[in-house]
Ligand binder design. Structure first.
Ligand SMILES: *Cc1c(COP(=O)(O)O)cnc(C)c1O
Length: 374
């Protein structure tokens, strides 16, 4: 590897899937959410492993992500959870991809397209149970029935999404239960009208554990499947023994010694207080390490922690390796992962950047060269 790269632990991924299988009710299968390049892990690396582990349904956010997964050889069903522009409806047909139906108006666009072109598109109805992002409102049950009874656009599933399932605040627990009950009541009513609902799914990573009793035919698993939490102290009632899948590493490109009073990087935001060995590393904010982590990031070099010093640049950053012996050009710096007795969890980066791991991981850029299994 040249500059910076990602290493993936296949055993960890499979182990996480197996822990989930043990935790989920027998009749609830796993939908692998591989959106945003599988949360930065590389969809084309992750999806085949999931398929091998028996995952038979995939979800992405964007049509192109779904096409990429399909072209990587996945024959299972793939659902696009987000919006697809009508100018791309033909690709849903061409690649046999299922589209989320976000509202009655959007259903009409899909139906018109199918009628005009004499084709069928498979769709899942999104239900807005309180998040108010996308989906049919429960009061639009008649429109849902019409969608199921229509032709061209063939409704093969129905789902909703909880928005505070990772929070233990009493009010939010009540809200999650109300969302789940709203969804289950709606699907009960549709079933009682004799509608074959197809694939039903409600719960994502956290909800599938915290609100297990509301599981449907599938749970849509993203972040926890990769062995990391969104934040250190999220609400999760059962520990699934998560194993982080991703490590982020980069090469040291240069080492120099500076004297007390000298400064490092743009803006001179770090001043040496002692004679300092400075190692430059070939990774920067354009690779996905947030610039706000300047002076608040660390790496593992030769089995020891090294503090990030000075501003993170677009393509490089600097580490203080004064206390680490024999650091040289070509050595590896680990920003997420383990080495020796040292571990850096992505949760730490997220906390220091005031965000969640989902954002840190999904922004790991395309310029990071390899996503390789070790
Ligand atoms: C992203 C997403 C998921 C996966 O969420 P995680 O919390 O990462 O498991 C599931 N469902 C929908 C609708 C999503 O947008």
């Amino acid at each position: 590897m040249d500059r910076a790269w990602i290493e993936l632990d296949k055993e960890a991924l499979i182990s996480n899937i197996e822990s989930y299988r043990r935790a989920l009710p027998d009749n609830c299968k796993i939908m692998g959410v591989v959106k945003a390049n599988s949360y930065g892990h590389g969809a084309l690396s992750v999806a085949p492993v999931l398929a091998e582990a028996g995952v038979d349904y995939f979800a992405t956010a964007a049509l192109q992500e779904a096409i990429d997964v399909r072209e990587a050889g996945i024959t299972a069903d793939i659902l696009v959870l987000g919006y697809t522009d009508p100018s791309n409806f033909h690709k849903l047909v061409e690649y046999n991809i299922t589209q989320t139906v976000t509202c009655p108006e959007y259903a009409k666009l899909l139906q018109d397209y199918c009628r005009e072109n004499g084709v069928q598109i498979s769709g899942h109805i999104a239900v807005d149970s309180g998040m108010h992002r996308i989906g049919y409102l429960p009061s639009q049950i008649k429109d849902i029935e019409n969608a199921y009874n229509g032709s061209g656009l063939v409704i093969t599933g129905i789902f909703s999404h909880l928005c505070v399932a990772d929070d233990e605040n009493e009010d939010n627990v009540k809200f999650s239960i109300a969302q789940a009950e709203c969804y289950h009541k709606l699907i009960g009513e549709l079933e009682s009208k004799g509608i074959n609902l197809g694939t039903t799914h409600l719960l994502a990573s956290y909800a599938a554990i915290n609100y297990k009793e509301f599981n449907a035919s599938y749970a849509r698993l993203g972040i926890l499947m990769f062995g990391v939490r969104s934040e250190f102290d999220d609400y999760l009632i059962a520990d699934l023994d998560p194993k982080p899948v991703l490590s982020l590493k980069a090469h040291i490109t240069s080492v120099r010694t500076i004297e007390p009073g000298e400064t490092v990087s743009y803006g001179r935001k770090f001043t040496a207080e002692r004679t300092t060995r400075v190692a430059s590393v070939a990774i920067g904010y354009a690779d996905g390490l947030p610039r706000c982590l300047s002076n608040r990031i660390r790496a593992i070099v030769n089995g020891k922690y090294a503090a990030g010093i000075g501003r993170i640049c677009m393509d490089q950053l600097m580490l203080d390796v004064t206390d680490i012996e024999d650091v040289k050009v070509g050595d590896t710096a680990v920003f997420i992962g383990c080495e020796g007795d040292c571990t850096i969890q992505v949760e730490e980066l997220a906390e220091n950047a005031s965000t969640i791991t989902n954002e840190i991981l999904s922004r790991l850029g395309s310029r990071i060269e390899g996503r390789i299994f070790i």
